[in-house]
Design a protein around this ligand. Sequence first.
Ligand SMILES: Cc1cc2nc3c(=O)[nH]c(=O)nc-3n(C[C@H](O)[C@H](O)[C@H](O)COP(=O)(O)OP(=O)(O)OC[C@H]3O[C@@H](n4cnc5c(N)ncnc54)[C@H](O)[C@@H]3O)c2cc1C
Length: 376
Amino acid sequence: MAIPVSFWEQKWAEKADIVVVGAGLVGLQSAIKLKLKFQHRKVWVVESATLGSPASLRNAGFACFGSLGEILDDANNIGLENALLLYENRYTGFLKLKETYGETKIGYENTGGYEIFKSNEASIFENIAANIDSVNEKLLNVHQQTAFQLKKTAALGMNVFETAIYSPLEGAIQSHLLYESIRNHALSLGIEIFSGFQVQNIEQLDSQKWEILFSNSNVKFVASELIICTNGFTKQILPDIEVYPARGQVLVTEAIPTLPFRGIFHYDKGYIYFRSLGTRILIGGARNIDFDGEQVMDQNTSENIVNHLKQVITEVIVPGIEPKIDYQWAGTMGMAADRQPIIQKIQPHLHCCVRMGGMGVALSATASEKLVNLID
Ligand SMILES: Cc1cc2nc3c(=O)[nH]c(=O)nc-3n(C[C@H](O)[C@H](O)[C@H](O)COP(=O)(O)OP(=O)(O)OC[C@H]3O[C@@H](n4cnc5c(N)ncnc54)[C@H](O)[C@@H]3O)c2cc1C
């Protein structure tokens, strides 16, 4: 049970002007942009985790914007124009991250990204590849460069279809370096980050003020602007916002000195992703083998998914090799069928920026910018 709050603690808790809930990539960048916009206002971030974040420090570190197959799949749900806009928002978001923090500081490697197919998926490959020229043409104004090319896979040493769809623009980051850069930026601007505060409820005190209540502290924060950036956990605070949690499980193997490839890879319609991490393999995903079981906020791994990912390593990625798994973890994404983020005003002085989907690293920079543009 939380201990009683002192007079002094409560007075301190009322000193913020703007409170952002969630210290993931979106919450921290929103706080930074708010502080830069309203320099005289006190900006605070409250975060339930004591270290890190369920998505921002638990992801795969892909600097990706959407493979050709994913764009076409999105186009079926939200129309081609919206699917291309989402790609553009991710691409420009990643440019902003590189410009603001620098490639070295975020551990960026421009490895290129491959959309690969199972050996028996020739017809799926052909259907997707048939759209390559038209999508490339539409994306030319985004980066003045060809987005997708066909590339032979033989040199990768994998058990996959002979041709991949390659994006020279994609790459990999070191997620902890990006997170650290953004967090340090926030701290350097005087933004306070309070970790270990689990928001249970928010209440409107009057037309100008929100009160923030915690499940593990009796202190009550008060803010004249409240921003919710809780991604897959949003329904716990804002039950009417359409976002559901999706668990993503990740394995990292021991080093494999003979690893024949570098790069990031999208496999099985994007549900499985893997990359080189030095000479290790990082692999994640496979929600599609148990969608219902993976629609949870629980951040433990599960045997069925872990076994499936191990099987893909041994049968597809490095055929015949069964490397030891050095790390395995799970994180939580915020999803919806249409894969679009929600960036909106909910009530006066209450906004949210949530539902970053499976490619929220790059998107976080543009999403937080759009959010801050909504606030006067
Ligand atoms: C396994 C996995 C792999 C991924 N791989 C990639 C990838 O390679 N490339 C890519 O672009 N994207 C990837 N993503 C997605 C990407 O990481 C996310 O879209 C992005 O980090 C979302 O940032 P966020 O700040 O919105 O969410 P989060 O990082 O989840 O931040 C939300 C924060 O809110 C906090 N919070 C929630 N509820 C409360 C509460 N009640 N009180 C206080 N705090 C609260 C959480 O603790 C969390 O820190 C992956 C995600 C996962 C899970």
